[in-house]
Design a protein around this ligand. Structure first.
Ligand code: GDP
Ligand code: IMO
Ligand code: MG
Length: 422
């Protein structure tokens, strides 16, 4: 398969988990490289539903090694719960999971600060997942974070945590929030540390050797291009590099080892959280929500929905270097008579072909649509490209062309077998 970076080409929740599960068949190793348990990746195996937050989705396949890379922020108590949950569902998690010793830790004060800052922002809030992701990356950048290597070293951990709790309690008090007890945080984290210790490794060296031995590595993207801290719709973004470059820095695997980039996108657009969404539309939102679809895998929030935004996916192809496209949720559009695609933005007479980086401008952008005739035929049982309705094929070809990359996968349902290779 060669080394593959998989990224979300929209605002997250593109169906990456499903496509990762499909592609893991050809991979030896699956690596998460950034983000934390703000991610929620859904995979169906038969009737069983799995939602992965920190553990790479590759864990559901036998004989694959999964790695939580150095670029990820890990809430260790949460990770232990997730691992235990998977074991209860009959999934093997022991020698097949490695956690980077330099991954940073998320603490209860990060979660509390995340919440307090959102309250303070009021109507300008980001709509975060309240998992403490921003404050944890903030500590990392300020060089005041604690890492996995600290957690598994009992003595070092106690000293460092005590200082951090002291500092953060002052900040929490200023927000009018309840201070944390060192004793109880320490106890919970040490218990988690003891549980996780056997998984902790130098994953950079592990991945280097794997590359030398010709292993196939799949880099599991989390979030999406427009949630990237540099390339997204700042400040309505997450706090990490969700684009392809993040796979290198977040794993220690150098760029020249990467062979291809696969961009995952829905056949329409969704976003959860605040921030502009030019092609947002009530008709498609009502349709999808009435089908019980598009509710967040992590927070359960209803996702905002809109028409396919080709300006955004074109921009995503540019910043990620997307070679191949996997389009998911085609079946969501099955019933529509007419389907709109946003092919450009405009403000007055000025037209934009890429997403403007100034959020003020972006929020004033009006979508320019072209219309496609719907196929009004169920697609979820179709397995071959040639069996798709001609109008569905035309739609897929058009959105791939507008996005500027080659269509290689079309997905017509959440299950592994509901996948069409083009
Ligand atoms: P991720 O964060 O990118 O992994 O995506 P999520 O798991 O948060 O959300 C994607 C949702 O779409 C999940 O409920 C998937 O089971 C579902 N899904 C993925 N591909 C398809 C598809 O082709 N058709 C349908 N109906 N559902 C899909
Ligand atoms: P997956 O991997 C969709 C969004 C939040 C919010 C913003 C910042 O499942 O695609 P954060 O908690 O990260 O500080 O929130 O980013 N967000 C996601 N939206 N899918 C995700 O992950 C997301 N992870 C974060 O809703 O708007
Ligand atoms: Mg998700």
């Amino acid at each position: 398969m060669a080394n593959t970076i998989l990224v979300g080409a929209q605002w997250g929740d593109e169906g990456k988990g499903k496509i990762i599960d499909v592609l893991t068949g050809q991979a030896d190793i699956v690596v998460r490289t950034q983000g934390g348990n703000n991610a929620g990746h859904t995979v169906f195996l038969g009737p069983k539903k799995y939602v992965l937050h920190l553990v790479p989705s590759g864990i559901l396949r036998k004989k694959k090694i999964c790695v939580i890379g150095n670029g990820v922020v890990v809430d260790p108590v949460n990770l232990v719960e997730e691992i235990r949950g998977l074991i209860r569902l009959g999934i093997k998690v022991d020698g097949n999971l490695l956690i980077s010793e330099t991954s940073h830790l998320v603490f209860p004060y990060h979660r509390e600060l995340d919440e307090q800052r959102e309250i303070l922002k009021g109507k300008n809030k980001i709509g975060t997942t309240k998992r403490g992701i921003g404050p944890a990356y903030g500590d990392k950048a300020a060089r005041t974070g604690l890492r996995m290597i600290d957690l598994i070293n009992a003595e070092r951990f106690a000293d460092k945590l005590e200082l951090k709790i002291k500092e953060n309690n002052e900040i929490l008090k200023a927000f009018g929030a309840k201070p944390l007890s060192f004793k109880s945080v320490h106890a919970a984290y040490r218990t988690a540390g003891d549980y996780l210790k056997p998984f902790v490794a130098d994953t950079v060296v592990f991945l280097h050797h794997a590359c030398q031995r010709g292993k196939n590595i799949l880099f599991e993207g989390a979030q999406g291009t427009f949630l990237d801290i540099d390339h997204g719709t700042y400040p309505f973004v997450t706090s990490s590099n969700t684009t392809a470059g993040g796979a290198c820095t977040g794993s220690g695997v150098p760029p020249h080892r990467m062979d291809r980039v696969v961009g995952v996108m829905k056949a329409y657009t969704t976003r959860v959280g605040e921030g502009p969404l030019p092609s947002e539309n009530d008709e498609i939102a009502d349709l999808l929500h009435s089908m019980g679809r598009e509710f967040g895998a992590t927070t359960g929030r209803a996702r905002r929905c809109g028409w396919f935004d080709a300006v955004a996916t074109r921009h995503a192809t540019m910043v990620n270097g997307i070679d191949e496209l996997a389009v998911t949720n085609l079946d969501g559009l099955d019933s529509l008579e007419t389907i709109k695609v946003c092919v450009g933005y405009r403000i007055g007479s000025k037209r934009y072909e890429y997403v403007p980086s100034d959020i003020e401008l972006f929020s004033r952008c009006e979508p320019v649509y072209v219309e496609f005739p719907g196929w009004q035929t169920p697609t979820s049982k179709i397995r071959k490209w040639k069996d798709l309705p001609a109008r569905a094929r035309s739609y897929l070809k058009a959105i791939a062309e507008l996005s500027g990359a080659k269509l290689t996968i079309a997905s017509v349902g959440p299950a592994r077998e509901q996948t069409i290779f083009v």
